[in-house]
Design a protein around this ligand. Structure first.
Ligand SMILES: Cc1ncc(COP(=O)(O)O)c(C=O)c1O
Length: 377
């Protein structure tokens, strides 16, 4: 199988699965228990938290382990907006956010906040002049993703953050689910207050991830109970998953340059290949994360290609895994005003360092064959 759908999920590393098994076998106590076994388990949990804090260069107390990107994004939207609501009730998110931000923000609106969308241009980048005019003195929260999961577009995070800081007192949250481990993410240097990371996008385990805050930022919980995770995320902390999250983050960070280089080579080669077909339009813009290549074949539904490629054991997806089972057109492509001829034909290839140049060569052969059958190109 050639798996080019790494933005949907990645294969867990063997060493991470081994760690999961070991921690479950040896440190299965409740880390909140006051007996020695509980203490030992808690020590392991706190060392995992410290490892994450060291990579992100924030303080340990502001790293909260969660069930993944969706929960972290929900926590950021509800938790930050509510924490700072004494400053105002205006919230901004970009028009191309992941549904875990958009749907949470819709709910926030029902609870009395005013939520507005920051539009993007044809390439999928936030319009800075629009952000400038949308920011208000009572804006409490702005949430913008670092890399878009459908196109790979990288947002100009530092420019966005400077604008926010110069015009408001808003807290700035960045969904880094598609950027962390794929490109440089300097949480300490960026004027970003909160960051979401999901483990299963970086060869860790599904159902795990984190929200981290800068040391001065505070947050209101969305889960209430025993007060675990400094009161921010009640529920017995899943130590094995949290240790594996820390390990996935460490491995991704330590090997970033080599991983980026190999992914970039593969995606550049595929892009050059795709550009040769007259009916293909590359949707991914110029400034994009290396692992995503999004393109569209004029007049052919993306599903047709996905099924045809699957018969040849090549796994790709439509614009995003989340929307691919739904019949509606992607909100991201609509926000980019992609032409009707192309909008239904979008296919996303997403690479990992686990892919090989040989797979790329094979993909080129198989895609050419499929294209001949479907388009007669
Ligand atoms: C940009 C982005 N944010 C958030 C998520 C949700 O992450 P998780 O699957 O860990 O809930 C995804 C998953 O596709 C994503 O691509």
């Amino acid at each position: 199988m050639i798996y080019f759908d790494n933005s949907s999920t990645t294969k867990a590393l063997k060493e991470i699965i081994d760690t999961f098994v070991t921690v479950n076998e040896q440190y299965w106590a409740n880390p909140s228990s006051i007996h020695e076994f509980g203490h030992q388990t808690d020590e392991l949990l706190q060392s995992a938290r410290k490892q994450v804090a060291d990579v992100l260069k924030t303080v340990d107390e502001k790293v909260y382990f969660t069930s993944g990107g969706t929960e972290s994004n929900n926590l950021a939207i509800f938790g930050l907006a509510n924490k700072y609501k004494h400053r105002g009730n205006h919230v901004l998110i970009s028009a191309i956010e992941h549904p875990s931000i958009i749907e949470a923000a819709k709910m926030l609106q029902k609870q009395g906040f005013i939520v507005e969308l920051i539009p993007v241009n044809k390439e999928g980048y936030i319009k800075l002049e629009e952000l400038d005019s949308l920011l208000r003195h009572d804006t409490v929260l702005v949430s913008v993703m670092h890399v878009n999961n459908e196109t790979g577009a990288i947002q100009p995070i530092n420019e966005i953050a400077s604008l926010i800081k110069s015009k408001s007192r808003a807290v700035f949250h960045m969904d880094a689910v598609q950027s962390f481990g794929k490109m440089v993410v300097n949480f300490d240097e960026q004027y970003v207050d909160a960051i979401t990371i999901s483990s299963h996008k970086i060869h860790g385990l599904k159902g795990s991830g984190l929200l981290a805050l800068k040391s001065t930022i505070e947050i209101t919980p969305i889960l209430f109970g025993g007060g675990q995770e400094s009161g921010v995320r009640s529920g017995t902390t899943p130590v094995p998953l949290s240790v594996c999250t820390a390990k996935a983050i460490r491995i991704a960070n330590a090997n970033l340059n080599t991983h980026m280089e190999s992914i970039l080579k593969m995606s550049e080669e595929v892009t050059t290949f795709l550009k040769k077909f007259s009916s293909i339009k590359i949707i991914s813009p110029e400034i994009k994360a290396p692992h995503i290549v999004s393109f569209s074949v004029r007049g052919v539904k993306g599903e047709v290609f996905i099924n045809a490629l699957q018969k040849e054991d090549v796994i790709v997806s439509t614009s995003s895994a989340c929307s691919s089972k739904q019949t509606q057109t992607s909100h991201v492509l609509k926000a980019m005003h992609l032409e009707d001829d192309y909008i239904k034909g979008v296919i996303r290839l997403s690479f990992s360092y686990m892919n090989t140049p040989e797979e790329v060569q094979q993909f080129k052969r198989i895609f050419t064959k499929v294209m001949n059958v479907i388009k007669g190109d």
